[in-house]
Write a protein of this length. Structure first.
Ligand code: IMP
Length: 178
């Protein structure tokens, strides 16, 4: 597969669409089994999780709800670790079974801060589902209960993930070339 260029960087294919879809289906099946009769509320973290959330929800066969939130700004190729307020959460999550949908867990700061914020609102349960995790970068001990893929410490784009705004539309996931 030919490399692509976004802004000043070149990227090569890393996870093809069919591999992503297989992992999404596996995770959805696990959620379907674990949340029967619980009517979970998915909270998809924008912007990065939009494509992952859409594909995952198509595989969810139990009654469920979804809402979209934003938590942080993320600049260029380094995570700032700064998390701003949670924006867009209008649902009352008290006593609800909440599942966060995140694109990628890097240092874990974003999810850690989001979890703290949501736990204050007393959900019945709170779990994290992520498309990708970079275990080598984790700075917070946190459990991602449902995970599609672990990846090395490479910057990736595609399937919702961007490099300075570009690349979210790509069907496959690409990693930056050295
Ligand atoms: P964390 O707070 O360090 O875990 O960073 C999580 C957020 O950083 C994700 O939701 C992404 O928006 C962004 N991010 C981390 N790594 C990458 C990457 O390789 N490509 C694109 N965005 C990334």
């Amino acid at each position: 597969m030919n490399p692509i260029t976004l802004h000043d960087k070149s990227f090569e294919i890393y996870l093809p669409e069919n591999k992503i879809q297989r992992a999404v289906q596996r995770v959805a099946q696990n959620i379907n089994a674990d949340y029967q009769d619980k009517t979970p509320l998915f909270l998809a973290v924008l912007n990065g999780a939009f494509m992952f959330s859409a594909d995952l929800l198509k595989e969810i066969t139990i009654p469920c709800e979804i809402a979209f939130i934003r938590v942080s700004s993320y600049e260029a190729m380094n995570s700032t670790g700064e998390v701003k307020e949670v924006i867009g959460l209008k649902e009352d999550i008290k006593n609800r079974h909440v599942i966060i949908l995140e694109d990628i867990v890097d240092t874990g700061y974003t999810i850690h801060a989001l979890r703290q914020n949501l736990l204050d609102k007393e959900p019945a349960s709170l779990e994290v589902t992520a498309l990708l995790q970079k275990p080598d970068c984790l700075k917070h001990s946190l459990e991602v209960k449902y995970l599609c893929h672990t990846i090395p410490d490479d910057f990736v784009v595609g399937y919702g993930l961007d490099y300075n705004g570009l690349g979210r539309n790509l069907r496959d996931i690409y990693k930056v070339r050295p």
